[in-house]
Design a protein around this ligand. Structure first.
Ligand SMILES: [Cu+2]
Length: 268
């Protein structure tokens, strides 16, 4: 019985480790400037945690087998703990977790606290049950005013985000249901939410940030590959959460300019 348990524990350990090593459930290929940095952080975390996980589970299996009940087993003796050992492993765990946090905080902060590169494309993303809307400020470079009173999610587009069309700065604002971005240019993102908390997640960009009602959250990132990428809502936000899906089209600067000009023309 002890041997069967040892084999079972080791088998579960090795099979679950295999999925991480073989990357069977890995994220899609990175397509933004920070992606290699974030992937590197993932790799460090998985390798360190993987070594500890393997050592702990293989050790557990061995001990289950080594101390199995046998005819010659001595009577059980109880341990009342070992303060020195507890201090050692608590300290090591604290160093590991705080260290990983400090390492990861650099890339996290670089996308949030450091200012976006000059000339970044401005895009406002609004999450609502259950859609994403994208707003470009137009030639004036200014977003027009919005108001909660004007919001009509059932109408879609400008009305959904409550754009005040009487505001001069709103005249050239473009609101779309699909996001277009020029390749290799930084994107200065403003994230808003209408109703509940949503989370703007683009797995290919390794980009995830909550959108919170009442807050305007700024982040920036740089797509580096032309292509189409999925957007998912990563915060359980209601019954339709599963279909809160969108697409980002990363195109050349030329195609982006043409696309935006065509949207402006549609407004006239
Ligand atoms: Cu959502």
């Amino acid at each position: 019985m002890g041997l069967a348990l040892l084999l079972l524990i080791w088998l579960i350990t090795l099979v679950s480790t295999y999925f991480f090593v073989a990357k069977t459930w890995w994220l899609p290929a990175g397509a933004a400037a920070a992606a290699p940095w974030i992937d590197g952080q993932f790799a460090i975390t998985f390798v360190l945690m993987g070594i500890i996980f393997l050592a702990a589970q293989l050790g557990l299996g061995y001990i289950v087998w080594r101390y199995r009940e046998q005819a010659s087993s001595p009577p059980v003796s109880y341990s009342h703990g070992n303060t020195k050992l507890e201090i050692i492993w608590t300290t090591l765990t604290a160093i590991l977790f705080i260290g990983l946090n400090l390492m990861g905080s650099r890339v996290w902060a670089s996308q949030r606290f450091a200012p976006a590169e000059p000339g970044a494309v401005q895009v406002e993303v609004t999450g609502m049950q259950f859609a994403w809307y994208f707003r470009y400020p137009g030639p004036d470079g200014k977003y027009g005013a919005t108001s909660a009173k004007l919001m009509d999610p059932s109408a879609g587009g400008e009305a959904a985000i409550g754009l005040n069309t009487n505001d001069a700065a709103a005249k050239d604002d473009v609101v779309t249901g699909t996001m277009y971005l020029p390749v290799n240019r930084e994107v200065d993102l403003s994230l808003r939410a209408v109703d509940v908390i949503h989370s703007f997640f683009v797995p290919s960009f390794r980009f995830k940030q909550d959108a919170v009602p009442g807050l305007n959250i700024h982040m920036h990132f740089k797509p580096t590959e032309i292509g189409e990428y999925e957007i998912a809502c990563a915060e359980l936000c209601g019954l339709g959460h599963y279909k809160m899906h969108g697409m980002v089209h990363v195109v050349s600067q030329d195609d982006f300019d043409k696309w935006l000009a065509a949207r402006e023309a549609e407004k006239q």
